[in-house]
Design a protein. Structure first.
Length: 290
């Protein structure tokens, strides 16, 4: 069954509890979620955003963009600034190039149109959005992109869907996943974090097998490495496409809700609304909002 609306965050809380037990057993063997004038998405002077669904660094300006329940924000200095006038519930979110974003989710309260936004596209860093496909049909809570292929996990059906032209889609499989990562050099290779552990597909999400490894909850796959956060907050990485993993010196603060990595900097959003960065593999963390 798909994860709907805010249930994705609720799922994470349950997953952390369940996977903590898994992590404890595994250890014995080898391893072990703004606006300045309202409380809708950020509280003034709180340094926090609520209901964070995704993170991504824009290559055009090097800034971190945050997808939330009330639109997309850019973090610059110690301030979070809403990008454009959109206040849509931005669930799925991914940066595909300089100033180019893909997103999905639900319209803002009072907006006209279907309840599900399908696939949306922005070429001005989120200032404006155009619907490309599946409006009223799909609600992607996860979007990933690699090698020209877009993958979306539809919360209405639980289907993992794929598109090479962003217009026509194939349903590849059904999977209950909290997070997905796609190999940036081999777009048919995916990893998914599930209640059954880490799963791997080498045929574009059509079939899945166990990937072993640590009990990961969040994933990011960059050209040089895989970074994951486990159920107990440990940061781990793999340099060989998840064949082997090693723990870093750091741990994730709080309950992680979203993760991205840009160059050697790890960005993390927590369920209590903090957004932090680490340049030393998680050994230390700096808040990005004052």
């Amino acid at each position: 069954m798909a994860l709907k609306g805010q249930n994705r965050l609720a799922w994470l809380g349950v997953a952390f509890g369940v996977l903590l037990l898994v992590a404890a057993v595994a250890t014995a063997v080898s391893w072990r979620e703004g606006t300045a004038t309202s409380t809708a998405s950020t509280t003034a002077n709180s340094g926090r955003l609520t209901h964070v669904h995704g993170l991504g660094v824009n290559p055009a300006d090097g800034q971190l963009y945050v997808a939330t329940h009330h639109g997309v924000f850019r973090l610059s200095g110690a301030e979070a600034t809403r990008v454009g006038d959109g206040r849509q519930d931005t669930m799925g979110f991914t940066v595909t190039g300089p100033d180019e974003f893909l997103a999905s989710g639900h319209p803002a309260p009072g907006d006209q149109g279907p309840a599900h936004l399908g696939l949306m596209h922005s070429t001005d860093a989120g200032r404006s959005w155009q619907n490309l496909s599946l409006a009223g049909q799909a609600d992607f809570h996860l979007l990933r992109f690699s090698g020209g292929v877009v993958y979306g996990l539809d919360s209405t059906t639980g289907a993992l869907m794929a598109s090479s032209d962003r217009i026509t889609w194939q349903t590849r499989s059904r999977i209950e996943a909290y997070d997905l990562a796609v190999d940036p050099t081999h777009p048919d290779t995916l990893l998914a974090t599930t209640e059954q552990g880490l799963r791997r597909s080498t045929d574009g999400g059509r079939t899945w097998t166990s990937a072993g490894g640590p009990p990961a909850v969040l994933l990011h796959w960059s050209p040089r490495k895989l970074v994951a956060v486990t159920a107990d907050g440990t940061l781990v990485r793999s340099l060989d496409a998840a064949a082997t993993w090693s723990a870093t010196a750091g741990r994730a603060p709080g309950d992680p809700a979203a993760l991205t990595v840009h160059e050697n900097v790890i960005y993390l959003a927590t369920r209590d609304g903090r957004v932090l960065r680490s340049a030393d593999a998680g050994a230390t963390w700096q808040p990005m909002m004052a």
